[in-house]
Every structure is written in structure tokens, then in C-alpha cells.
Design a binder for this molecule. Structure first.
Ligand code: HEM
Length: 189
């Protein structure tokens, strides 16, 4: 075989195949990390810094927040699907997540815990994004000429769910990533 002859896929080393499989999902994951980080910091700024300190900055933060938070969702979906397929060999568990909570026979406990964490993380991000959308519905309707102002209590509840799931998602992300790093060190998947 000459030097220029491409190496057949079957002859590629295992790490090369894994790297090729991961390249596209890794790009989605990197984009999600940037968007999630932007949404988190702008959301916390809007929440923690009094708006009368600088009204314009608060408004820019809110717009940045809604754009980055909204974009984080479509970017996360392809990553989660391919990550799920890579880890479990099928994406069915995403449609029926309760199946993921079964501890399979002979399954290492570490892998089982990682799966539980991953699915809880998916759920918390879903609730986080949905509660964010709920809070912007009155504003979107206003742009469409419809005035609808729900009870203040409804706003407070969705706001509390939004803040709570944001903090839970950050905690779960850190634990899930730590588990991943430990698995890599141990040579596991
Ligand atoms: C990607 C993930 C997201 C993260 C990490 C995130 C995080 C946060 C945080 C920490 C706050 C401040 C606490 C609070 O007021 O509840 C906040 C506020 C807010 N978020 Fe998000 N968020 C995300 C996605 C979204 C999305 C997709 C929307 C809407 C499309 C949205 C709409 C809002 C609004 C309107 C507020 C201000 C609520 C207020 O105080 O009036 N967020 N977000």
C-alpha cells in the first residue's frame, strides 16, 4: 500500500473510530456549553443586579438570555440523541425515560448511576427551558396584539421553577461530567 492510499475504515484503530464518531456530537456539545453558560450568567445578572442600577444593561442581558436560552435547546437535542445511542446503543430511552431507571442484570453500578444522572439532567433542562418559555408567553402575545396577564402567583411559580431547575441542572452537570472524567481515567465508556 503506497503512502497516499487512504487507510480503509475497517483498518482504523479503535481510538480513531471513536474520535470520528464523537466529532459531530462534540461540536453540538461545545455550542451548548457556550449557549448554556451565556444563558446562566445573563439570567443570574438579570435576577441579582437591581434593574434601576442600569436599566439598559438589564434589558440587553434579558434579550441575550432569551436568545441564548432558546438556541441552547435545538443544539442540545442532536447531542443527546447521539450520546444516548453511543452509550446505550439505542435512543428509545429518550422517548420512554422510565425504562432507563431499571438496573439491568450484570450492569456495573457506576454505569447505572451515570445513566440515572444523565436522564435526570435531561429532564431538568427540559423543565428549565419550558418554564422559561412560559414566562415569555405574555410578552410574545403582546407583540401579537393580545393582552394576557396571568396571576402574579403563576409568574412567581414559573420563576421559582426556572431558577430551581437552573441550579439543579448546573449541579447535575458537574456531577455527570465528574463521573465521565473518572470513567475516562479508568478506561471505561
Ligand atoms: C438554557 C438554559 C437557561 C438557563 C440556564 C436559564 C437560567 C435563568 C436564571 C438563572 C434566571 C434568573 C432567575 C429567575 O428569574 O428565575 C433566568 C431568568 C429568566 N429566564 Fe432563563 N434560563 C434558561 C433558558 C431560558 C429560556 C429558553 C427562556 C425563554 C425563552 C428564558 C426566559 C427567562 C426569563 C424571561 C427570565 C427573567 C424572569 C424574571 O425575573 O422576570 N430562560 N433564567
Amino acid at each position: 500500500m503506497s503512502v497516499d492510499t487512504p487507510v480503509p475504515v475497517t483498518a482504523r484503530s479503535q481510538p480513531q473510530v471513536r474520535a470520528a464518531r464523537y466529532r459531530r456530537p462534540a461540536a453540538f456539545l461545545a455550542a451548548f456549553a457556550v449557549l448554556f453558560g451565556t444563558a446562566l450568567t445573563s439570567g443570574l445578572y438579570y435576577y441579582l443586579v437591581p434593574h434601576d442600577k442600569n436599566w439598559n444593561v438589564s434589558q440587553v442581558m434579558l434579550i441575550l438570555h432569551i436568545i441564548s436560552g432558546t438556541l441552547a435547546f435545538p443544539v442540545l437535542i442532536p447531542f443527546v440523541i447521539s450520546h444516548q445511542r453511543y452509550q446505550e446503543g439505542r435512543s428509545l430511552l429518550l422517548l420512554m425515560p422510565w425504562l432507563a431507571f431499571r438496573h439491568r442484570q450484570d450492569e456495573p453500578t457506576r454505569k447505572y448511576h451515570q445513566r440515572l444522572l444523565g436522564h435526570t439532567l435531561n429532564g431538568s433542562i427540559l423543565v428549565l427551558i419550558l418554564s422559561g418559555f412560559l414566562m415569555v408567553v405574555p410578552g410574545l402575545l403582546w407583540f401579537a396584539g393580545i393582552i394576557w396577564i396571568p396571576d402574579y402567583l403563576a409568574y412567581q411559580v414559573s420563576n421559582a421553577i426556572h431558577l430551581g431547575t437552573a441550579l439543579v441542572a448546573v449541579g447535575l452537570l458537574l456531577v455527570h461530567l465528574r463521573g465521565r472524567r473518572n470513567a475516562n481515567r479508568g478506561g471505561g465508556r
